[in-house]
Design a protein around this ligand. Sequence first.
Ligand SMILES: NC(=O)c1ccc[n+]([C@@H]2O[C@H](COP(=O)([O-])OP(=O)(O)OC[C@H]3O[C@@H](n4cnc5c(N)ncnc54)[C@H](OP(=O)(O)O)[C@@H]3O)[C@@H](O)[C@H]2O)c1
Length: 230
Amino acid sequence: MKILITGASRGIGLEMVRYGLDQGWDVLACCRNPQRAENLLSMAQLSNGRVSVFLADMSELATLQALAYELRHEAIDMLINNAGVYGSDKNSFGQVDAHDWAETFKVNTIAPMKMSELFVEQLSMGRSKIIACLSSKMGSMEDNTSGGSYIYRSSKAALNSVVKSLSLDLADKDIKCVALHPGWVKTDMGGPNAEISCKQSVSQMFDTLLNLKAEDSGRFIDIDGADIPW
Ligand SMILES: NC(=O)c1ccc[n+]([C@@H]2O[C@H](COP(=O)([O-])OP(=O)(O)OC[C@H]3O[C@@H](n4cnc5c(N)ncnc54)[C@H](OP(=O)(O)O)[C@@H]3O)[C@@H](O)[C@H]2O)c1
């Protein structure tokens, strides 16, 4: 199994690298600043060549093109679009920061789409043929009972829309595409009061991913494997 993970420097992405390594997989671990990703680099150093580290900045789309070219001959089983940002705290009614909204959209919504376009041939050469996008329940309309968080909520709702179209457009290539909610996870983004550890979140998400069937493509899936209402 060979997996490609974005945002692998810390949090859920770094834990996914650790999980892949424990399984004996090959991991293409991407981050925007490899020199500063100390934990990832030391994991790669101890991996006997199973973890390779690459530059991919989700807000610099040229770096994604360069990466896809460098990896053009690789058969990849899973593309995991994990990198994400919450955006500015100027995200409540009356103070939404338009510039930050555009930047957040680039990372959370446009980059996963471009990664999917750029890696479709490599995924076609792989066996599992999965695109997993880390979304959030905060992108669900039905789950939104508290309002606010305009920037993050809309970027993840739009990501869900991307996932749905990808699932239809890539069905003839047998590529399955899903949006995953990782739970409320103890990371820099989730904060110390979050409900679950990275380890628990990642192992439950991989349970889901390793059992995906063609009919699951296009789903918005909770950490326990249940559907989340759009
Ligand atoms: N934690 C939660 O409770 C929770 C809940 C729902 C959804 N999610 C989603 O799960 C995913 C991972 O979240 P997390 O909790 O692990 O967040 P995190 O701890 O804040 O880590 C975010 C990761 O994304 C990377 N990243 C940010 N901007 C990037 C860019 N422009 N290019 C490349 N990488 C970039 C960061 O890299 P740097 O180290 O370089 O900054 C870091 O590796 C996100 O998509 C998030 O929206 C998380």
